[in-house]
Design a protein around this ligand. Structure first.
Ligand code: HEC
Length: 143
């Protein structure tokens, strides 16, 4: 009888642990990781959806976009890839296929010697910037 109660208590304890741990994971994803940006993959369409549309097009869109740079879907590729910057570091491309270190987009996202983007906002997560670098270093395909 006592053994049975002990066994039931043990099972209840384990069940509560599992619920507790999965609850923590759920909470952690709510607090830290559930933002779409953490799902960004190294394709233009993913970067468009998770970065440009959410953090950039509030300024970089319309008939006179900030910095003369339109980052809306369907425009961002032609506006940046193998195109010289117009406001600073103008001898460099905004996106140089195969070379994230020579791309003004990355210099902007890292605030590296030039006004950081998003302007007035907090920097993107390093992991997201790394994903954008990977897209550029793999050739900056229109994918
Ligand atoms: C609050 C408005 C605002 C937001 C949001 C913003 N930008 Fe900008 N951006 C500007 C302004 C204004 C300029 C031009 C002034 C300057 O050069 O800093 C600019 C310039 C740039 C340039 C240089 C363009 C060139 O040809 O020289 C790049 C690249 C850029 N932004 C990328 C981004 C990206 C990527 C994001 C989102 C992660 C972003 N910006 C978010 C306002 C913004």
């Amino acid at each position: 009888m006592t053994n049975q109660i002990a066994a039931q208590m043990f099972i209840t304890f384990v069940a509560l642990m599992i619920i507790g741990l999965s609850g923590c994971g759920w909470l952690a994803s709510l607090l830290g990781g559930s933002s779409t940006s953490s799902n960004t993959t190294a394709t233009l369409s993913s970067i468009q959806a998770n970065v440009f549309n959410t953090s950039c097009t509030s300024c970089h869109s319309g008939s006179s976009p900030a910095g003369s740079l339109n980052l809306t879907s369907g425009q961002s590729y032609g506006e940046m890839v193998s195109v010289n910057a117009t406001t600073a570091l103008t001898s460099m491309y905004l996106v140089k296929p195969g070379s994230s270190t020579e791309s003004v987009l990355i210099r902007r996202l890292e605030g590296n010697g030039v006004g950081p983007m998003p302007q007035g906002g907090s920097a993107l997560d390093a992991a997201v910037i790394n994903t954008i670098k990977a897209w550029i270093d793999a050739g900056a395909a229109n994918n």
